[in-house]
Design a protein around this ligand. Structure first.
Ligand SMILES: Cc1ncc(COP(=O)(O)O)c(C=O)c1O
Length: 484
């Protein structure tokens, strides 16, 4: 095992995972743990240090999210090669601290005590009580009948053709996407799909522009692919196009229907200009439409891909929000040039999405039940979103702003005052409420933004939403984050 000698101080008041994360991060950054060296397993390191597994797991998770380590399937975690010359911002100590306040906003962990929050507003949860268990059980059983035994073998490298046909029809109907099933490549989650896409793009793209705040998985991929990354300022109607024009980028990453995490929608005018930019520069637009099904006010906004006549948009979608993240099913819609590249190299990729889950999802879509499920969930989430809006209005005074509430399964709460985000997150945690700092998603630090936290509402009941907000308001009041 490599030498790891962290000084862990249980009396310091700082969570153990944080001390361990910071120690390993600094060892990697200083080259004392060289690139490509394997880290000990969670079990080995926790036994060695005499601590429980949770702090080690949380520290590893944070290192992974920030790109200090890479995960290799069936092998473990390896120190990443850090390219300090890359223009992707290396997080400052303060920014790293802010993002480390909440180890995994997708999952429910208590920041300091390794216990789940009583009210967890993590953004990755969905309403599992509404999951159509009986239907899925029945359809999955069908997949396991002897006549479907081919599903026990490797499937089509691009994804099962019958599922691709269903996805193409669904995307056309729901998001206006224009494509043939042949253009679809099924993946095992958005980051797997993006990883594959970036392998295809890397040949033409050295410099990628991006919304200045992105999901941590996307941030890690930009680093891993060593893109020269140009963060673009976010305005109330989406990315700043002047910055894009000046960036010299050959591709841009956007979440136009519901910016992650800030929630704004890319305006119609900017959509057209963005497409024009891509056409003129022969650049690519990566459109991540992760929760485009859920829009609560105004007209549904069709995808950017639906407006693209020049094969410049790559559409990325997932079933994680509309159904559940557990089946790990996502998809890319490749324009013709990239499809040809994928095909010419297809021998070098494995299909990671299970044929059994793929066929079950295909049957679920074919029966019309998936469309019904999405419509039902839109109404379920609409009610939860309303419960959250009302609860915040009732419990907080006027100095609080809610952003990005028109769509998706999360919104942002911005609190004016002289405290910082970390204080807000910690105060909430002490009240058993999990909220997540928006600044953790920034590619470059923002100095004067008022404390802004992410509140995911998909996984909480309406009652828990109301209760959670009451506790959050109390935490804010008692800690002077705002006063009535
Ligand atoms: C921006 C963004 N894209 C995609 C996803 C879904 O990821 P996956 O398909 O890996 O579950 C999420 C999940 O919360 C997200 O925030």
């Amino acid at each position: 095992m490599i030498d790891l000698m962290p000084r862990l101080d249980e009396t310091s008041g700082e969570a153990l995972y944080m001390q361990l994360y910071r120690y390993i991060r600094d060892e990697i950054a200083a080259g004392r743990i060289p690139a490509n060296v394997r880290l000990p397993s969670i079990r080995t390191l926790s036994a060695y240090l005499g601590v429980s597994r949770s702090p080690v797991a949380l520290a590893y998770e944070q290192l992974l999210a920030e790109g200090y380590v890479n995960s290799r399937p069936r092998s473990g975690l390896y120190a990443a090669e850090l390219d300090t010359s890359a223009s992707l911002e290396v997080q400052t100590e303060a920014a790293a601290e802010r993002s480390a306040v909440s180890p995994s906003p997708k999952r429910a962990y208590h920041a300091s005590q390794d216990e789940p929050f009583r009210y967890d507003f993590g953004y990755g949860s969905v309403d599992i009580a509404s999951f159509p268990l009986a239907k899925w059980r029945r359809l999955m059983n069908r997949c396991l009948l002897p006549e479907n035994s081919r599903l026990l073998l490797y499937g089509d490298l691009q994804g099962e053709p019958e599922l691709r046909a269903e996805i193409a029809a669904y995307l056309h109907h729901m998001r206006g996407v224009r494509c043939q099933p042949e253009q679809i490549v099924v993946g095992a989650g958005t980051y797997h799909s993006l990883d594959l896409l970036f392998q295809l793009l890397r040949e033409d793209v050295a410099c990628i522009a991006s919304e200045e705040a992105v999901n941590d998985g996307v941030k890690a991929l930009f680093g891993q692919f060593r893109f020269d990354c140009r963060p673009l300022r976010l305005e109330s109607d989406g990315i700043c196009l002047e910055e894009l024009q000046a960036s010299g980028a050959q591709a841009v990453y956007v979440t136009p229907s519901h910016q992650f995490p800030y929630g704004m929608t890319l305006s119609a005018g900017k959509r057209l200009k963005l497409l024009q930019w891509a056409k003129e520069r022969r650049a690519y637009i990566v459109e991540n439409d992760y929760d485009g099904e859920f829009r609560y006010s105004g007209r549904p906004i069709p995808s950017l891909q639906s407006l693209d006549d020049d094969g410049r948009v790559i559409y990325v979608g997932t079933f994680s929000r509309a159904l559940t993240p557990a089946f790990r099913l996502s998809y890319l819609v490749l324009p013709p040039a990239l499809l040809a590249r994928f095909r010419s190299r297809r021998h070098s990729y494995d299909q990671l999405a299970s044929p059994i889950f793929q066929m079950t999802q295909q049957l679920f879509m074919q029966s019309g039940d998936f469309g019904r499920h999405v419509r039902k969930m839109r109404s379920v989430y609409h009610k939860k979103r309303d419960a959250l809006l009302h609860a915040v209005r009732d419990a907080f005074p006027a100095g609080v702003e809610m952003i990005g509430a028109d769509s998706g399964l999360h919104l942002l709460l911005r609190v004016r005052g002289d405290k910082n985000e970390a204080e807000l997150v910690r105060a909430a945690a002490r009240e058993g409420v999990g909220v997540y700092p928006a600044s953790a998603y920034r590619l470059r630090p923002e100095s004067d933004e008022a404390p802004t936290v992410l509140l995911g509402f998909g996984g909480l009941s309406e009652t828990d939403i109301r209760e959670g907000v009451r506790h959050l308001a109390r935490a804010c009041m008692e800690n002077g984050i705002f006063s009535k």
